[in-house]
Design a protein around this ligand. Structure first.
Ligand code: SF4
Ligand code: SF4
Ligand code: SF4
Length: 578
């Protein structure tokens, strides 16, 4: 049987998309394809960072829900273990944390582990590799979005990535070693990009399902499991001190026991897309012997797209640090595992973006389409979502963007159309300020009132009775639909007057109905003449009818007399014959 293809990791709920380009502006790799006013995610380009999910004001960007996958693992009778990311301490309050293991067991999970065990081993390995290979820079990261980014967009830096699994995959390997190869592992954390890790050859078969904390909460709700009704209980694994700090920038370096006062130039931690980009560009241009720990989300995984955004970031950070301290006494320091268990391979990947395939001629042609052939016309304002007009032109050539996305161009076009309507409409258009001074008139209005721009700035009473406009200004009414005879101009107008509240201006539209009125008058005259003539005709016809009737009446009487005579003659003939 054919399996239904899984939806892509990040996608758009098109019915909600309002074509605002915000996701495109925020997407660090411009993986959003604008098509017919909808913002689609191009899976090949997407690094699953989830930035667009956080940014979309309409909640039109979302990620794949894998609750069904997790449920199936349990329903199929597998021994299922959970690997809970250390950022759970930022998501759940203190009383909730102690009940979480029971809630997970109520879902059918048989072993509740902590990803910090995998994180600890990865930190040790990172340190070992970096110390054995002093030539850097070494990029040590637990962030799959960052790895996707380097593989697709900075392949020249792939060799700088430490060839290690993520803490999630490392922990899954430890769990399978400990609980048996048949164990199924569900990772639960803050990260959407972790879902993309499942397709990596190194990770396939280690982690069986990735859920975010949002999905976990939805699953508990579906099952009617209320944390407040669950018993307090322990995880099946004790926490690992310091590795609980992994969700914060610098957590890996700290767990590795490296000098971390934040001022060591050989240990660089960076978070946020902007910071990551700048640092990577920096090391490309000037390679340093340093260990770099980048995380894609601003403030690290505590701000991951799989976390409900209710709690503020500083509280989340505080909760992580406090939890690390509170659990210090109960924590363990695991034995270093065999590093070979955690090796991974990274390779450059095709993002399908290939801007180099677009010719200069194509770019210039597209720029010209939107009136940007001259560099001074290229505003590079970023309103379309691209950093420059040129980048947007390249995106148009690659089918990722549409020419109409240029807002200044569309505004100019609209203004030009409005100007055209303003100057060619047969109706007069008048614009007044809130003191009833004339701000503007179109050619039709000037013709109606035989005036020119010389009267701009003068009070409307110069041309007509200001009373209707005063009514609007006083707020008695918001609009008027009146018919006014302007005798001096021999002009009868239907006038639609209304207030532009925000602009504090009055607009008047004057429809000349003088000739229409004359036409109607003529029609009325013709109609009354016609009625008169019809009456005359009718009278005449009645008379004629009466005459005819009279004539017919006389001839009928004579006819009757004649018939009577003939009948008496025939009767007398008959009696004579007998
Ligand atoms: S942010 Fe993107 S997905 Fe959301 S409404 Fe705007 S264009 Fe659509
Ligand atoms: S998930 Fe990240 S890379 Fe993918 S479309 Fe959204 S912002 Fe862009
Ligand atoms: S910073 Fe953390 S949550 Fe954000 S993409 Fe990277 S791993 Fe995922």
């Amino acid at each position: 049987m054919l399996e239904t293809p899984r939806p892509q990791i990040v996608f758009t709920l098109t019915a909600r998309c309002r074509d605002c380009y915000r996701c495109l502006r925020a997407c660090p790799v411009k993986a959003i394809r604008m098509q017919n006013g909808q913002a689609y995610v191009d899976e090949k380009r997407c690094i699953a960072c989830g930035t667009c999910i956080r940014e979309c004001p309409q909640q039109a960007k979302t990620f794949r829900n894998d609750i069904d996958v997790a449920r199936r693992l349990i329903d199929d009778g597998h021994f299922v273990a959970a690997s809970i990311a250390p950022s759970f301490a930022a998501v759940f309050n203190r009383w909730q944390r102690s009940r979480l293991p029971s809630a997970l067991r109520a879902l059918g999970i048989r072993y509740v582990g902590q990803t910090s065990h995998g994180a600890y081993q990865i930190s040790l390995e990172s340190r070992r590799i970096a110390e054995e290979n002093p030539a850097g820079p070494h990029i040590a990261t637990a962030c799959p979005a960052l790895i996707n980014y380097i593989e697709k967009y900075r392949p020249q830096l792939v060799g700088n990535l430490l060839p290690l699994l993520s803490p999630m995959a490392a922990h899954a390997r430890l769990l399978k070693e400990k609980l048996g190869k048949e164990t199924k592992v569900i990772f639960i954390g803050p990260c959407v990009a972790k879902k993309s890790e499942l397709t990596r050859p190194d990770v396939a078969g280690l982690v069986d399902c990735v859920l975010t904390f949002k999905e976990l909460n939805a699953w508990l709700l579906q099952k009617g499991i209320d944390l407040s009704m669950c018993e307090e209980s322990n995880f099946d694994e004790k926490p690992v001190h310091q590795a609980q700090l992994y969700p914060l920038p610098g957590g890996l370096i700290k767990t590795a026991g490296l000098d971390d006062d934040g001022l060591n130039l050989k240990l660089l931690r960076v978070d946020s897309i902007q910071g990551v980009r700048e640092l990577l560009t920096g090391i490309e241009e000037n390679p340093e012997q340093a260990i770099i720990e980048p995380l894609f989300c601003s403030q690290g995984c505590i701000n991951g797209p799989g976390v409900d955004p209710g709690k503020n970031l500083f509280d989340r950070r505080r909760d992580i640090i406090e939890y690390n301290e509170e659990t210090r006494a109960a924590s363990v320091t695991p034995e270093p595992a065999d590093g070979r268990l955690f090796t991974a391979t990274f390779v450059g990947a095709d993002s399908g973006s290939s801007p180099g395939s677009v010719t200069e001629e194509q770019i210039l042609k597209i720029l010209a389409q939107t009136g940007k052939q001259d560099p001074e016309q290229q505003l590079n304002c970023g309103a379309c979502g691209y950093d420059s007009c040129r980048e947007k032109a390249i995106a148009v050539a690659l089918g990722m963007a549409e020419p109409e996305m240029c807002i200044p161009y569309m505004r100019r076009l609209a203004e030009r159309r409005t100007d055209q309507i303003f100057s060619t409409t047969p109706n007069g258009v008048l614009l007044l300020d809130d003191e009833l001074n004339i701000l503007g008139m179109n050619p039709a209005f000037k013709k109606f009132f035989s005036c020119s721009d010389v009267i701009l700035g003068r009070h409307i009473s110069y041309l007509m009775d200001p009373a209707p406009f005063e009514k609007l200004i006083s707020g008695v009414t918001e609009n008027l639909d009146i018919t006014v005879l302007h005798r001096p101009y021999n002009l009868l107008c239907r006038e639609l007057l209304y207030m532009l509240k925000e602009e504090k201006q009055i607009v008047g539209i004057f429809i000349n109905i003088t000739s229409q009125q004359e036409h109607e008058k003529k029609l009325r005259e013709i109609r009354s003449q016609t009625v008169e003539q019809a009456n005359e005709l009718l009278e005449h016809q009645i008379k004629m009818a009466q005459n005819i009737a009279q004539f017919l009446g006389e001839s009928t009487a004579r006819g009757e007399e004649l018939v009577r005579k003939l009948m008496s003659l025939s009767e007398s003939d008959e009696s004579n014959t007998r």
